[in-house]
Design a binder for this molecule. Structure first.
Ligand SMILES: C[S@@+](CC[C@H](N)C(=O)[O-])C[C@H]1O[C@@H](n2cnc3c(N)ncnc32)[C@H](O)[C@@H]1O
Length: 198
């Protein structure tokens, strides 16, 4: 299976994501120093520098996209649209995300009372609320983006991007744990009418 690890950072063991040695993994991140570490740790994988919002990948060239806690740092509507583009029809996407409790914990325990971190965490909080209502995120200064995600926001954003068969899963952990969503790109039976079927 051809898999993209989006926002791969320094790379991680992907066994818990169902990735096997037979899979071809392409890791992608915007951070060069993390990519250098990832390359040394996982010489069998391919690594590329790029942004989730503008993937340097061919359309319909991957069977699966996975992303571990990197979507919270991206423009989600643009990134989902890019993930949809690079997946083959019937391809799948698995994303782990930040629940609201993560952002609240960051604000209360790490940011307050320092002014700049507090302003940034308040932006993240507002961006998460905006995402909950609209399924869209907005950037902060110099294009930096962060938000928390909710099931409602992800449903709006993923349905808009064209994904089907959404399922959500929660995992306990520090700062409220994480939650994850899985979905699929539908199979298009008639390209002229772009009718999607599950
Ligand atoms: C919390 S780290 C997670 C790294 C890795 N997935 C892991 O589980 O260890 C988030 C990663 O997303 C990357 N990232 C943030 N914004 C990005 C973007 N717009 N496009 C691609 N990668 C991005 C960061 O450079 C960072 O490596």
């Amino acid at each position: 299976m051809r898999i993209v690890d989006l926002g791969c950072g320094a790379g991680r063991d992907l066994v818990s994501w169902g990735v096997t040695p037979a899979d071809q993994v392409t890791g992608l991140d915007i951070d060069d120093s993390s990519l250098a570490i990832a390359k040394s740790r996982f010489p069998d994988r391919t690594f590329l520098r790029g942004a989730g919002e503008c993937l340097p990948l061919e359309s319909e060239s991957f069977d699966r996209v996975i992303s571990a806690i990197a979507i919270p740092y991206m423009n989600i509507q643009k990134t989902l649209s890019e993930i949809y583009r690079v997946l083959v029809p019937g391809g799948s996407v698995s994303l782990s995300l930040h629940p609201p409790s993560f952002t609240i914990a960051e604000l209360l325990h790490k940011a307050i009372p320092n002014p700049a971190p507090t302003v940034f965490r308040l932006y993240v909080l507002a961006n998460g609320l905006w995402f909950h209502g609209t399924g869209r995120t907005v950037g902060f200064l110099r294009g930096r983006t962060e938000s928390f995600q909710t099931e409602r926001g992800m449903k709006i954003a993923m349905n808009r991007a064209g994904f089907v068969d959404l399922s959500f899963r929660r995992a306990a952990g520090p700062a409220g744990g994480t939650f994850a969503v899985e979905a699929r790109k539908s199979k298009v039976i008639d390209p002229s009418t772009a009718v999607r079927v599950p």
